[in-house]
Design a protein around this ligand. Sequence first.
Ligand code: DOR
Length: 439
Amino acid sequence: MEAISKLRDVCDYAIANIKVVDPENERIFPGCVGVEGGKIAFVEEGLPEFGDKTVYDGGGLHLSPGFVDIHVHLREPGYEHKETIHTGTVAAASGGFTSVACMPNTSPAIDNKSVVDFILRKAKLSGFAKVYPVAAATVGREGERLTEIGRLVSAGAVAVSDDGAPVSTAQMVRRVLEYASRFDIPLIEHCEDPSTSAGGVMNEGFYSTKLGLPSVPAFSEELCLARDLIVLNAVKSKLHVAHVSTRGAVNRIREAKENGLPVTAETAPHYISLEEKDLETYDTNFRVNPPLRSAEDREAIIEGLKDGTLDCIASDHAPHAQEEKQVEFEYAPPGMIGLETTFSVVLTHLVEPRHLALPQALALITYKAAQALGIPGGTLRKGDAADLVLFDPTVTWIVSSDGFYSKSRNSPYIGRKLSGRVLHTILDGTPVVPSEAAL
Ligand code: DOR
C-alpha cells in the first residue's frame, strides 16, 4: 500500500484502512473506497481484492462525502480585498468542503447572466471546489424589480435570494416565489424585519443593556419569517430560511413543516457554539447578522437540529478585511469567516456533547445541505463524483489567525480549542487540499 500523503491519482485507485462515515445511511464502518475516472466505484467493508489498482493507506482516518456549504460569501466580483473566488474555494477545500453556494451580495450583484458566467468560469479555473451561484431575487437586491430568474437558472444559478437583507415586501416575496416555482428552485430568505432591526448591532436583552449597544429583538427574525410563511401557504413554492438564530423561528418552522409547507432551513455554526454574552469583549469578530442570541435560543437551535426542524448547517462564511473590523463595535460590518472551522465546530459542539452521533451530524453538512438546495453532493453512492474528505476526529487544535487560507481573518474562534481536523480533501478523485504552491 502507498502512503496516503502520496495520493496524486486522478484516475483509478482505492483508499483502504479507513473508517467510512456514510451520513445518508447513518453508518460508520471500517472499509475502503474505490475511485474510477473521478467517480466512486465502490464503498465496501473490510479489505477486498484490489487487483492491480493503486491502493493508498488511509492510516485509520475517517472518510466521508465532501462537505457541502450552501451559504458562503465569496465576495467576487467587487470585494476582492475581502475574498476572491480563488481564495474562498481554497479555504473551502481546506475546511473539507467540495461544494459551496455563493451569495449574491457582490458588486455588481449576481443579478444577470454575465455575473453567473463570470463566477462559474473563475471557479472552474481555480478548481478547488464546485461553486453554485445563488442569484439575486431582485435587481441590485434593491427590492423593486424581479430579476430574470429563468435566464439566471439557465446560466447556472441554483436559487434566488436578496441575502444580506430580506426580500422587500410581502408582494415581492409572492412574485419571487411564483416565478421561482416555475424553475423548481428555492427562495433563500434572510429573515429580518427592518423596522425592528434598523441600527441594531447585537441581540436585545440584558447584555445589550449591560454593554450599551443598540440592539435587535429576537422577534425581528420571527416577524419576517411569519410574513414569508403566510405567503408561502398561498403560493406553495420552495422557501429556504437562511441562518436561523432564534427559538421563535425554530418553533414557526416546526409548525410550518407539520402543516406540510415546502420549507427548509439552515442554521450557522456560530448559533450552536456562541452566545450574546461572548460580546463582552467587544471583539468585532463576534458581530454578525442575525446577531448571536441568548442561551435559550442556542438550546432551541440545537433541539431544532436534533428533531429535523432545521435541515442543515451552513457556514455563512462572511469575510471582511482587518481594517474594516478594527473599529468600534457599532461601525464594524457584520460577518465572520467559517469555511475552515465549521466542521470542527460541528464536532466540538454537536458530536462531543452527544447531541448527535457523527453520521447524523455530518448529514447536516453533506447530503441534507445538498438536498435543501437541490444540488448534487454529500452522498457515497456508486457513480457519484468522488468528492471525499479524510479527517481525524481525535485531534484538537487552537484556531490561529495565521492558519487560514481565506483572505480574511475575522473568525470569533481565534484562540479557541476545537476538535477534529480535515487532512485530505478530494474533488472528482483529485486531491485538492491546499498546498503553498496553490496560492
Ligand atoms: O453577518 C452577515 N454578514 N450577515 C449577512 O446577512 C450578510 C453577511 C455579509 O455579507 O457580510
